[in-house]
Ligand binder design. Structure first.
Ligand SMILES: [Zn+2]
Length: 396
């Protein structure tokens, strides 16, 4: 055994490398790791003597889910869904732990939470320090919505007895980001139907400005043309869902560099949900197809997309949903590597973790490995063979 004042470098041979930037997979490369970081990525040579041989595997960055609700499970059982709303805090914390376990099992090393009414996820995150061996949680606390409109399940109504920026002060002090709800849910009774937006342009603008002044990015739940247009005009950081936003908004997002999290899987799950009528399932199916077409357009326009599953929605299980969302992004027409970039490099930037998400020199050594070449990578992600976080093997 050698001792050294300096951290020793280690080598990992990867049969194939998908680096999280969206470019084509590289063949037979060597990752040089030191002090938990990637020192270099170079072509493999025999004299490299790899410490870890993953020559039969594809290596890619650890995954991230940019839109989850950790307090809810994806159960389709209506009674079980209702029961979750009345859980005691201890039950909620147990649920959060279970859901984080599920993410970890699926190779997900970071999630961004879209809010819960009592802010329990944020409190949970504050009580659990972010060690390298743990999954990173970015939490909003309660989302903010307009009294009488959608959002009570995951947030609070904006108090109107004081200016908006003051009303959300608690979120800005404690949350990792701000979550605003600017539209309702998509109708499953009437294809493409959108209600009026929630907040006024002034209210939105004031809240986004206050968040940015406090150094907090803003994620906005927005479906439909006008809700998305208003959120973009207010200068939000990401549009969540964005169903039926239309090409003009997509063009604006590409110009402004605002990230889109298209959350395909919740609607795709509804298109097969047993509790729905045939007509409702059909609206959900057409809505999914419309969203797939928007994703295709977004990719052509150069909109930066991050993968988010809205896990905790009906039929959307934490962890497992990430692979299903990747499949849908590929179905929309993204190359596999581009879909992976949504769940790695793009998501890392959106989550404010620029040191992660891409397997290039200088980044943290966070990666997973799955058996075989990358041709069927998304399917292969069902079995994570190895996982390394900050240079430490957390699996097998
Ligand atoms: Zn959500």
């Amino acid at each position: 055994m050698t001792t050294s004042h300096h951290a020793e470098s280690k080598r990992v041979r990867a049969g194939w490398l998908v680096d999280g930037r969206g470019g084509p997979a590289l063949k037979d490369v060597c990752l040089v790791l030191r002090a938990g970081q990637i020192l270099a990525v170079e072509p493999y040579r025999d004299d490299h003597r790899p410490i870890v041989d993953l020559s039969q595997a594809t290596v890619l960055p650890a995954l991230m889910d940019a839109h989850v609700h950790l307090v809810f499970s994806g159960t389709e059982d209506v009674q079980a869904r209702k029961a979750q709303l009345t859980f005691a805090p201890e039950q909620v914390r147990a649920a959060i732990r279970t859901h984080l376990q599920a993410h970890w099992q699926c190779g997900v090393a970071a999630v961004r939470d879209g809010g819960d009414r009592h802010g329990i996820t944020l409190a949970f995150r504050q009580g659990n320090s972010d060690t390298a061996a743990a999954l990173t949680v970015k939490a909003a606390g309660p989302a903010w919505h307009l009294q009488g409109r959608y959002g009570a399940m995951i947030g609070r109504a904006l108090p109107t007895d004081r200016p908006p920026a003051q009303a959300i002060a608690s979120s800005l002090a404690a949350g990792d980001h701000l979550k605003l709800i600017q539209s309702g849910l998509n109708s499953i009774d009437q294809f493409g139907h959108q209600g009026p937006p929630l907040f006024s342009q002034d209210q939105l603008q004031a809240m986004v400005a206050a968040a940015h002044a406090a150094g907090r990015p803003v994620m906005v739940h927005a479906n439909g043309e006008s809700a998305v247009r208003m959120a973009l005009a207010a200068g939000c950081d990401s549009i969540e869902h964005g169903y039926f936003m239309g090409p003009e908004n997509l063009r604006r997002m590409a110009e402004m560099g605002i990230v889109w999290v298209p959350t395909l899987i919740p609607m795709a799950a509804l298109s097969q949900a047993e509790g729905l009528t045939v007509a409702q399932r059909d609206v959900a199916r057409r809505t999914t197809e419309h969203q797939l077409a928007q994703v295709r357009q977004a990719q052509a326009l150069g909109v930066v997309m991050a993968l988010g599953t809205d896990a905790g929605s009906q039929g959307v299980d934490h962890g497992a949903a990430v692979r299903r969302e990747l499949q849908l992004l590929v179905m929309a027409g993204l190359r596999m590597e581009a879909a992976i970039a949504c769940a790695t490099g793009h998501a890392a930037r959106l989550l404010g973790m620029v040191e992660r998400g891409e397997l290039v020199t200088g980044r943290r050594a966070d990666f997973i490995a799955v058996n075989g070449p990358p041709e069927n990578l998304v399917e292969a992600l069902g079995t994570i063979e190895a996982m390394c976080i900050a240079g430490r093997w957390v699996r097998p």
